[in-house]
Design a protein around this ligand. Structure first.
Ligand code: ATP
Length: 318
């Protein structure tokens, strides 16, 4: 072949590959699942053990706000193990409600930044309407696919090349765990956090349709109103009112998990390629009376982390 022909061919190949790479969608990982299923823990395990260029973008619509860290169950700085987190506690809860359109704008910017650092964006959180707004190609805020009175069909035309990992736990086991988690959250400072929230008058400043809706806020507002004080239950009527508030928090948390799973099933039924990881055995182990931390970690590693790691590896190699 003539040198000039070789040069022309090389230029053509280079142009084609530039166009192809421009057209190629950017890769992101999305870890979804109901509240309590272990999404945050999985994201940290993957980021610290295998995909060290990961940066996590929170997609829980209550955890985006600053404040009520225990009540909304935000991952603590210690648990983050140095993995960068975005849109976690960064939104002012006194301003307007954080919408899926806000998430689309802010999370898209973060994804571009992470990509410019050659990082792997990992979206983690249970709010499927946020995930939906971000990844569908032509998101229209008027088309309420999950929460509207007249749900619209789910689009499967996506802006990114997505690796969806769905952490699933069979609901009766998850419900049992969520009830235990509420008790643990209350013991580890949720009650005191809410006392401070109401005593300081912050509840009057936050948007009632935003952070003011976090599970725990309305339930304890009713309790404090009923006992006309901010004290812990100390016998008699306060015990009953406190028990009622805790029962409602547990019920509402279980309802939230159930609703989140039904939204995930809608996405899957519409053709989203969700890779389901069953974490039930690890949760059964946590709930067993003679549970050992080492045994739980072993099951979690084998049944949740390893298969997820393989899925992400394969996705990145494609
Ligand atoms: P979406 O419907 O937008 O996908 P979602 O599944 O997280 O989001 P919704 O079903 O809209 O949530 O949530 C119902 C309610 O669940 C919220 O209004 C709030 O009361 C509660 N909720 C959701 N996430 C949290 C959280 N992290 N902490 C406390 N309450 C929460």
């Amino acid at each position: 072949m003539e040198p000039s022909t070789i040069a022309t061919a090389a230029a053509t190949i280079s142009t084609v590959s530039t166009i192809t790479s421009r057209r190629r969608k950017r890769k992101i990982v999305v870890i979804m699942g109901p509240t309590g299923a272990g999404k945050s823990r999985l994201s940290i395990d993957l980021a610290t053990r295998f995909f060290t260029n990961s940066e996590i973008i929170n997609s829980d619509k209550m955890q985006v706000y600053s404040g009520l860290d225990i009540t909304t169950n935000k991952i603590s700085m210690q648990e983050q193990l140095g993995v960068p987190h975005h849109l976690l506690g960064t939104i002012d809860p006194t301003k307007s409600v954080f919408t899926p359109s806000d998430f689309l704008k802010l999370a898209s910017e973060v994804i571009s930044d992470v990509k410019s650092r050659r990082g792997l964006p990992v979206i983690v959180g249970g709010s499927n309407s946020l995930i939906y707004s971000l990844v569908t190609k032509r998101y229209d805020p008027k088309t309420e696919v999950f929460n509207g009175p007249d749900p619209f069909p789910v689009s499967s035309d996506l802006r990114y090349d997505c690796c969806f990992i769905w952490v699933d736990v069979c609901l009766p086991v998850l419900n049992q765990y969520l009830s235990k988690r509420v008790d643990e959250m209350l013991d580890s400072g949720m009650f005191d956090e809410l006392v401070e929230f109401f005593r300081s008058g912050k509840h009057k400043t936050v948007n009632k349709s935003g952070l003011g809706q976090a599970i725990g806020v309305p339930e304890f507002e009713a309790y404090f109103k009923q006992i006309q004080d901010f004290r812990r239950p100390d016998g008699g009527d306060s015990d009953e009112a406190y028990g009622e508030a805790v029962r409602k928090i547990k019920d509402n948390t279980c309802q939230l998990a159930k609703k989140q799973v039904s939204k995930i099933l809608r996405l899957r039924d519409a053709g989203w390629e969700l890779k389901r990881i069953d974490a039930t055995e690890a949760f059964r182990a946590v709930m067993s009376p003679e549970h050992s931390g080492a045994r739980v970690a072993e099951i979690w590693g084998k049944q949740v982390v390893e298969p997820s790691m393989k899925i992400v590896n394969q996705f990145l190699d494609e």
